[in-house]
Design a protein around this ligand. Structure first.
Ligand code: UDP
Length: 358
């Protein structure tokens, strides 16, 4: 298959601003290439793919980023800035896709979904968030009546945000296992990884660390400075150890030393890449039973699930974390979330989309 991928219009690939989509795109490219498909990626200037993805053709577009939907009001109108990066990526993508089999859009925005109804090229959408916008929700609903297969989701619980979709396509996610080294460090520190923004609930993990009189190692882009400093001010100095935003290789080396990853989503997390990355290193995860994490973590086997916002229960699970066998964590990823498994699911889905256009 010849597949054209449209990246996120928020930050270049490698900046961290695009969140989990950056890694998802790279994993998908790896998996598709290993299955023998040809891949072209349309992405913002300065984007980088994994070195092992050198066979994919990367096309750069310059322009203004979109504003992320999770930081707008649910009922906000869709807005397109002057010199729009998203519009530029679509223009280029549609042009290249004339000679391809399908365009796969990975940006969560209104314009690419609207295009679906207005061009003859098959456009598939990998939806990376729960419902964060009424205009997008309504548009998906409209497109779905004409093209019921064109949307795929990372988890069932994410897809539940779009209840009009009868049998949603759920594709999970994929991770390049060679990129993560198993570590058996049962005495390591507490870890937290993510964009530092309110929907990620960092404050609850800091609470747990503080109760245990420990430090919390925090990796990720600080997206909301005010939010970050407010949390920092609420706890004794040094409770948070800011580790910065690292490349996957550096991140996994450091993350693998943790005895547990705390994951504290305050929104319907579509999937939660960082959970699987921790598991791949052998690090068990304690998360709230909210969104994707509740489908990934096997309670009592690869970590623990606490009721949403129940910090006390999260704390009690940290105290028994050594009961989790780190090898089981890695095994789950090998069996369920490799790039090959992921790419196969995507290819099956894309074939269904292409068939709708025949
Ligand atoms: N990440 C990273 N380096 C860091 C911290 C985070 O590359 O130092 C990446 C991580 O690999 C993951 C992404 O940031 O792919 C966060 O994705 P997730 O699905 O957990 O949440 P999202 O940001 O999409 O809501």
């Amino acid at each position: 298959m010849r597949i054209v991928l449209i990246s996120t219009p928020i930050g270049f690939l490698g900046s961290g601003k695009g969140g989990g989509v950056e890694l998802t795109l790279n994993s998908l490219v790896s998996g598709l290439l290993s299955l023998g498909h040809s891949v072209e990626v349309i992405a913002p200037k300065n984007s980088k793919l994994y070195e092992s993805n050198e066979k994919a053709i990367l096309h750069f577009v310059e322009g203004e980023d979109q504003v992320s939907w999770q930081h707008q009001n649910y009922n906000s109108p869709a807005s397109i800035p002057d010199n729009s990066l998203l519009a530029g990526m679509l223009e280029k993508g549609l042009d290249i896709a004339k000679k391809a089999d399908i365009l796969l859009n990975m940006s969560y925005d209104w314009l690419p979904i609207w295009m679906t109804l207005n061009v003859d090229i098959p456009i598939a959408h990998l939806i990376s968030m729960g419902s964060e916008s009424s205009v997008i929700f309504n548009l998906i609903s409209k497109v779905y009546t004409k093209y019921p297969h064109n949307f795929a989701f990372h988890s069932k619980i994410q897809a539940n945000d779009y209840p009009f979709i009868k049998e949603p396509t759920i594709i999970g996610n994929g991770f390049k296992l060679d990129n993560y080294i198993f570590q058996d460090s049962i005495k390591g520190p507490l870890g937290w990884v993510g964009r530092v923004a309110p929907e990620k609930g960092l404050e609850d993990a800091v609470y747990v660390a503080n109760e245990l009189e420990e430090k919390l190692n925090v990796w990720g882009v600080i997206e909301d400075e005010n939010y970050a400093s407010k949390i920092e001010r609420s706890y004794p100095r040094g409770t948070i150890d800011w580790m910065g935003f690292l490349s996957t290789d550096e991140l996994q080396k450091q993350l693998g030393k943790c005895r547990v990853l705390l994951n504290t989503p305050k929104w319907n997390e579509a999937y939660g890449n960082v959970i699987v990355e921790a598991l791949a290193c052998g690090v068990p995860v304690i998360a709230y039973k909210r969104g994707g994490p509740s489908e990934i973590i096997q309670h009592g086997k690869t970590g623990y699930l606490a009721d949403p916002d129940d910090k006390e229960t999260m704390l009690s699970y940290v105290e028994i974390i050594e009961k989790i066998k780190r090898k089981k964590c890695r095994e789950w990823v090998e069996k369920n979330a490799s790039t090959e498994i992921f790419a196969n699911k995507v290819v099956n889905w894309l074939n269904k989309v292409i068939n709708e256009y025949k």
